[in-house]
Each structure stands twice: as structure tokens, then as C-alpha cells.
Design a binder for this molecule. Structure first.
Ligand code: J5X
Ligand code: AKG
Ligand code: FE2
Length: 345
């Protein structure tokens, strides 16, 4: 369907990097999932007052300044007053849980193929790390009917309808955030050559599952990474786990759940077009023993063929060379964290 899928088809993964652990049967943590020398997971993580990411009310008259400031200092913030109703957030989370609670052999029927972009499986960044994550995911790009039919042959409609409805709401919210971001950069929409194409944006919905872990201090839910596209909107439900890296003294900072709030990340593409003024959020997820954490992430960006050009204030030189979305996604699929430095001028 989308040309982003083509990029992933051209960068296939090995089957052993796609199949998650059968977490239900794992009563101890296997060697393959024990991360070395990183026992800082639970104890780092500030999360009070000034030491947490900003919470921004979209109805606030100064919302543009707040968003600009948050993107410059954290690359991540939480939004309230976004107009997405709580019942839809609860519904999409309940559907995600319904999927992940299926027995492993059932979920395997919707396994992502080696060159595929969609379906059940590990996180795409898995091959870059020597240890596996305490995580399983389900990726949706375009229609999820074929995979959902494998999971629930007679009863797939509720899942798909919820995902369609949720993506519609996320797309509208992402566009609203994008316009606020442009304002904060003092840029007119008409000056961005690919702005109109955002109507046909290439988006992905990722359902994430972090099962209860018998030994959470020795595993990682999701390894540190930055998101690739423009913006990510995350519904993280009510359990801790998400952390963002803040340069300087703070290190890993917990992103405390706020009921009804959504977490917004600056992705690499927004970092590039802002000419490095906005930080791309480097984040990770730690595991926990008590509950099965589920999150739903919506990735928003321009169509794959769009040419990204850093938007420059007067007299500023571009930090990155111009390239298409597709080209960047492909560089990232091959080099992960090194991708940004490879396109630096
Ligand atoms: C459109 C996207 C964005 C993807 C790839 C593709 C579909 C799945 C997304 C994630 C979801 C989990 C973390 C991440 C890092 C991963 O491994 O897969 C994300 C990645 C990215 O932001 O690069
Ligand atoms: O689970 C979370 O809170 C974050 C997930 C995430 O970082 C992602 O899907 O890219
Ligand atoms: Fe992420």
C-alpha cells in the first residue's frame, strides 16, 4: 500500500529477529533477554515537578510558545485539552490488550513477514542490539483486515473499526500539532513544499505490549531510540515505563502517566526540517513486575517521496543535506542511530 512499506521490503529482517518470546510461558528471564551492566533502569528517572517533560494544554492561549519551548528543550511533551475522548483511548487500549492476551501460537498467525512492515512481531530496531527486548508489537499501515482475520476469523471487525477510528482522530490531532509547530518556528505552511501532501500522510500505528517481567531490573522493554518520522503521539495508559534522555545532569527521566493526556515526541524528520533547532527525543521503555503495560503509538510524516529541506532562518547554514523521506528511512533502517550523522553537512 504505502511506499514506506517498500523501504522495509528492501531492508528485510531475519526471521529470528521477528518472533517475540512466548512471554506467557516464560517464568524466568532467558539469557537472550538479560541486558548487561544496565541496572540503572528503575532507579534513574526523575519524575517530579520541574524534572519532568512539560504538560501543555492545547486550549492555552500561549500554546505556540509552549510547544516551541518544549521541542527545543526536551523534544517531548504531554498534551491535554486535545479533544480525543477518553472512551476512544480506553477502547483502543482494550483492543490492543485483547490482541496481546491471545495465546502465542494464535498471535503467530499474524506474524510480520521478513520483508513486511505490518503485523505481529518484535520492534524493528531489534537486530541492532545483541539482547532481545521484553516487548511484542503489532504494526498497522493501511488496512489491518488481513491480519485481524487471522487472529479472529469471525470477529475481526471490532478491532479494525476501532483502529480506523483511532487513526482518523490521531491524524487530525497530528495535523493540528504540526500547524502549531510551524507557527512556533515562524514558518508559513505555504513555504513548506511538501506541506499539502501531509493530507496524504504516511502514518503507522504501533500497538506495544510489555508483559509483566519476573526480573524487571535486568531487561529492557524497548531499547533507547529516536522515532523516525515527524511526530509521534503516544497513548501510554496508566503504567510507568517510558523514559526520555535529558542531556546534562538529569539523564533518564520518567514520563509519568497522566489520565487522558497524550505524549508527543519530536521525531528525526522534524529535527531535520527544523535545522536541528528541535531535539529528536531519545527514549526507552523499562519493564515492570506488577502489570502488563500496553501503549499505542501513532507515527506521522509526509509521503515517502517528499523531499525534506531544512527550513532556515536568515543567514543560517543547513545542518543536514536535503533528501527524501524514503531515503532517510532507508539510511535509518541500515544504520539506526548513525543515520543523522551520516546526512550531516
Ligand atoms: C513508521 C514506522 C516507525 C517505526 C518503523 C515504522 C513502523 C513501526 C515503528 C516502530 C515502533 C516501535 C519503535 C520503532 C523505533 C520501531 O522499531 O518500530 C518505531 C519505528 C521508527 O520510528 O523508526
Ligand atoms: O511504550 C511507550 O510508551 C513508547 C513506545 C515507543 O517509544 C514507540 O512505539 O516508538
Ligand atoms: Fe519511540
Amino acid at each position: 500500500m504505502s511506499t514506506l512499506s517498500e523501504v522495509y521490503r528492501d531492508n528485510p529482517l531475519h526471521p529470528q529477529h521477528i518472533i517475540p518470546l512466548d512471554f506467557e510461558s516464560a517464568h524466568t528471564v532467558p539469557e537472550s533477554h538479560i541486558w548487561p551492566e544496565t541496572n540503572d533502569f528503575q532507579h534513574s528517572g526523575w519524575s517530579n515537578g520541574e524534572l519532568s517533560i512539560p504538560v501543555i494544554d492545547l486550549m492555552d492561549p500561549n500554546v505556540v510558545e509552549h510547544i516551541g519551548h518544549a521541542c527545543e528543550t526536551w523534544g517531548m511533551f504531554q498534551v491535554i485539552g486535545h479533544g480525543v475522548c477518553l472512551s476512544l483511548l480506553e477502547e483502543v487500549e482494550a483492543e490492543a490488550r485483547r490482541l496481546f492476551e491471545l495465546p502465542a501460537r494464535q498471535k503467530m498467525k499474524a506474524l510480520r513477514s521478513p520483508g513486511g512492515a505490518t503485523g505481529y512481531g518484535t520492534a524493528r530496531i531489534t537486530p541492532f542490539f545483541s539482547k532481545n527486548m521484553w516487548h511484542e508489537g503489532f504494526t498497522i499501515m493501511g488496512s489491518c483486515v488481513d491480519h485481524a482475520k487471522e487472529l479472529w476469523p469471525r470477529n475481526y471487525k471490532r478491532f479494525c473499526d476501532t483502529m480506523v477510528e483511532y487513526q482518523k482522530k490521531m491524524k487530525a490531532l497530528a495535523y493540528q500539532l504540526w500547524l502549531l509547530v510551524l507557527k512556533s518556528l515562524d514558518i508559513q505552511e505555504k513555504d513548506v513544499t511538501w506541506a499539502a501532501s501531509l493530507q496524504h500522510s504516511e502514518a503507522a500505528l504501533q500497538l506495544n505490549s510489555y508483559p509483566c517481567c519476573p526480573d524487571p531490573d535486568r531487561v529492557l522493554g524497548l531499547a533507547p531510540h529516536t522515532d523516525t518520522l515527524l511526530l509521534t503521539i503516544v497513548h501510554q495508559s496508566d503504567s510507568n515505563g517510558l523514559q526520555v534522555f535529558k542531556d546534562g545532569v538529569l539523564g533518564w527521566v520518567s514520563v509519568s502517566p497522566i489520565a487522558g493526556a497524550l505524549v508527543v515526541n519530536v521525531g528525526d524528520l522534524l529535527h531535520i526540517v527544523s535545522n536541528a533547532r528541535f531535539l529528536t527525543a531519545y527514549h526507552r521503555v523499562v519493564a515492570n513486575q506488577a502489570c502488563h503495560r500496553v501503549s499505542i503509538a501513532y507515527f506521522y510524516g509526509p509521503p515517502a517521496e517528499s523531499e525534506l529541506v531544512p527550513i532556515l532562518p536568515k543567514l543560517q547554514a543547513p545542518c543536514y543535506r536535503s533528501l527524501t523521506v524514503k531515503e532517510y528511512v532507508s539510511v535509518k533502517a541500515k544504520h539506526l542511530e548513525k543515520a543523522l550523522s551520516l546526512i550531516r553537512i
